[in-house]
Design a binder for this molecule. Structure first.
Ligand SMILES: *Cc1c(COP(=O)(O)O)cnc(C)c1O
Length: 410
């Protein structure tokens, strides 16, 4: 059987990969099993901000793997402290709790918020509520999908944990109205990624932060995807001058090499955790810490936030410059862009497939949107190459079907 057949035969059917088998990566490029080269405009859902197989990160991984592997948190390691300190220094947070996946970092944030509500705010036992946004994506655990507004993510997985409420994204009046004396936290993505790269209007996060402060509600920013330079600042919160009470990081934090995530917070929040309250066998292991620290150092030394701001402006200009009626909207900030296609005229998934044939890898997401989140090291000329191919594919799609489709189609 081919590699693909083996994956299909022995894997669970929870993914439907695009028809390409990747065997090698270097910087912004990937190669398939036929030796064809692609430009990676998806960046593994923003997890490879540094480019594939960054030499410095590979070296940090290999050197640490030769020296010391996993020891669990039963003992101190010489790697964890420096990693957590650097993360706090860069984000302005007081303390950090390392986990592995983004979903685990969010779960940690939810546990911290609830315990803070009981121990600090004085909410009665088991009454704490957390407000999240419609269209949110915070991961795939049962608790988290329990407050997803995507029907498929919930379907068949109930019953769900109580204590969550949804408000429309970018609606501060709805947020304020949803707050009760039992509200522990407001959990929000500063830019909604999976929902289709939804950038809220200017001022939204700052106003949400003000409302949270006024009502003694924690503002928890999920920056698993928007953080670490993706939007042109180290944290997307910085665009609004907001310092959240809690923060989740993941994806790019592992340099594209390992799952590394963390929850960071002010002392008042993090101090609710006592030994035994929470943990993770692999969270903060020496290899993860070494890679995470190298990733943070690389981000700063290679000025990747600044580069993302500059190259991202170019990317958005190029995308907005494509004049084609199939395109309904171009949204984005930094190197984090979404192109929404008119569903009556084109299917984002079909366009993504055609892009593979011309050497551009990306992926569609909700709202018939094609995402562009390349490694932050991408150059303007590489952006140009990819967007030229995209414009050609969009034009060809338009000529093939110039009239809007009236019947429902997939
Ligand atoms: C991807 C993502 C997560 C979940 O991360 P995993 O590592 O897949 O568990 C959480 N929050 C946001 C905003 C994300 O984009």
């Amino acid at each position: 059987m081919s590699d693909r057949d083996l994956e299909a035969r022995f894997g669970a059917g929870n993914y439907a990969p695009l028809p390409v088998t990747i065997v090698r990566g270097d910087g912004v490029h990937l190669w398939d099993d036929q030796g064809r080269r692609y430009i990676d405009m998806m960046g593994a859902y923003s997890a490879v901000s540094f480019g594939h197989c960054h030499p410095r990160l590979i070296e940090a991984l290999a050197a640490q793997a030769r020296r010391l592997d996993t020891i669990s948190r039963a003992y101190f390691s010489d790697r964890l402290g420096p990693f957590l300190a650097r993360a706090c220094e860069l984000t302005g947070m007081d303390a950090a709790l390392p986990m592995n996946s983004g979903a685990e970092a969010v779960e940690t944030a939810l546990k911290a918020a609830r315990k803070w509500a009981y121990k600090v705010k004085g909410v009665a036992a088991d009454r704490a509520e957390i407000i999240a946004c419609e269209g949110n994506f915070h991961g795939r655990t049962i608790t988290i999908t329990g407050f997803s507004s995507v029907a498929q993510y919930r379907d068949g997985f109930g019953p769900f944990a109580p204590g969550f409420r949804l408000v429309p994204f970018a609606d501060t009046a709805a947020l304020e109205a949803a707050i009760t004396p039992d509200t522990a936290a407001f959990l929000v993505e500063p830019v909604q990624g999976e929902a289709g790269i939804i950038v809220p209007p200017k001022g939204y996060l700052a106003e949400a932060a003000r409302i949270c402060r006024e009502h003694n509600v924690l503002l928890i920013a999920d920056e698993v995807q928007s953080g670490l330079g993706r939007t042109g600042k180290l944290l997307a919160c910085e665009h609004e001058g907001v310092i959240p009470d809690g923060l989740t990081l993941g994806k790019a934090l592992g340099g594209g090499l390992l799952p590394v995530s963390m929850f960071l917070a002010r002392h008042e929040v993090m101090d609710v955790f006592k030994p035994g309250d929470h943990g993770s066998t692999f969270g903060g292991n020496p290899i993860a810490a070494a890679v995470g620290l190298a990733a943070l150092d690389t981000l700063v030394e290679e000025r990747l936030s600044e580069r993302a701001a500059q190259t991202g402006t170019h990317l958005l200009q190029r995308l907005r410059g494509i004049n084609n009626p199939l395109i309904r909207e171009v949204r984005g900030i930094g190197l984090f862009a979404g192109v929404e296609l008119d569903p009556a005229r084109a299917n984002a998934g079909a366009v993504v497939r055609r892009l593979i044939d011309v050497g551009v890898l990306t992926k569609d997401t909700h709202r018939n949107t094609i995402r562009f989140a390349p490694p932050l090291i991408i150059s303007e000329s590489e952006v140009d190459w990819a967007i030229d191919r995209f414009a050609e594919v969009i034009d060809a799609t338009m000529s093939a079907s110039p009239e809007p489709i009236t019947e429902s189609s997939s």
